[in-house]
Design a binder for this molecule. Structure first.
Ligand SMILES: C[S@@+](CC[C@H](N)C(=O)[O-])C[C@H]1O[C@@H](n2cnc3c(N)ncnc32)[C@H](O)[C@@H]1O
Length: 292
């Protein structure tokens, strides 16, 4: 399986849903309703400063009607849906949203062809996801996101650009991975700007931890890649430690610091844009599963 390298795909522009979700609106301390539409599991505005409970974070550890009692990497927030998102959900959801069911999926049946499959965990509003899928037509993409306005936004893009190589799970990616992704089947996994869960007592919610990465690796084909990116340096360090310690992964970077140059196929994401406006750095990591 080859690591997609697609020149020209990195000149991404944000294409936020009109109104509620423009980066400017978010960065400028927008209204509560605006912030509710944002696909974020925690308040990133206080960047590491302990100001008491992060909004909704502890509530997310309680039993959830759909996802049960296990510690989760997200909190499902209600979000205001734009009319375009609502329409896209109704009209395109039945075709492009895959139902979660506890049985391994058949990629050929879903996509109508045999092609390398890439899984993305937490696509947010989906603009980068749509752009990558369009720029790599020889790959098929599965995006997982629990935030409904984000799912609606990506469906809208799928409709506008007639993207045929992308399907969505509106479900916890951990459960999708456990139940539906066949072992050794993925050409790649993208996790871009996962919630950093700044506070120490919330670190257990971070996606990138040794057991989850070990599980992800078993779902990669030999030679398959894992591409992570974050704007939160302590999380970048954790990512580098966890990935470097996994015996089945090899770092593709030859840089002394171990991080990768941003691959050309990855556009700037919405959360990356937001982090950059806050003065954050950006760290990419690209590792491969050993061939043996
Ligand atoms: C900080 S946002 C980043 C979104 C996007 N990747 C970007 O860079 O703009 C993280 C997203 O991951 C989603 N998420 C977190 N854990 C998830 C999981 N286990 N399954 C599906 N989505 C998840 C959240 O709902 C949220 O929308």
């Amino acid at each position: 399986m080859s690591h997609p390298q697609h020149p020209g795909a990195d000149e991404a522009s944000e294409s936020p849903e009109a109104g509620a979700t423009s980066p400017e609106a978010l960065t400028n301390a927008s209204t509560r309703a605006d912030r509710a539409a944002e696909p974020v599991a925690e308040d990133r505005s206080n960047d590491g400063v302990d100001e008491g409970e992060e909004d909704g974070a502890d509530a997310g550890a309680e039993r959830h009607p759909k996802y049960g009692a296990r510690i989760r990497s997200f909190v499902v927030r209600p979000g205001r849906m734009g009319t375009g998102q609502v329409r896209a959900l109704a009209e395109l959801g039945p075709t492009y949203i895959l139902p979660f069911q506890p049985a391994p999926m058949d990629y050929a049946a879903v996509f109508g062809r045999q092609a390398p499959v890439v899984l993305e965990i937490g696509f947010g509003m989906g603009a980068a996801t749509a752009q990558i899928a369009q720029s790599l037509p020889d790959h098929d993409f599965i995006g997982c996101e629990v935030h409904e306005p984000g799912v609606g936004a990506l469906l809208k893009l799928i409709g506008e650009h007639q993207i045929s190589n992308l399907r969505i799970f509106q479900h916890d990616a951990v459960e999708v991975l456990d139940s539906m992704i066949p072992p050794g089947s993925l050409a790649g996994v993208h996790i871009y700007f996962p919630d950093p869960w700044h506070k120490k007592r919330h670190h257990k919610r971070r996606l990138v931890q040794p057991p989850f990465i070990a599980k992800l690796v078993t779902h990669l084909a030999p030679g398959g890649y894992l591409h992570l990116a974050t704007d939160w340096e302590p999380y970048a360090q954790q990512m580098l430690e966890v990935l470097s310690a996994d015996p089945d992964l090899i770092n593709t970077s030859s840089r002394a610091d171990g991080y990768a140059d941003k691959p050309s196929y990855r556009p700037q994401t919405k959360f990356e844009h937001r982090g950059l406006k806050l003065g954050h750095g950006v760290w990419d990591l690209v590792f491969r599963r050993r061939e043996r």
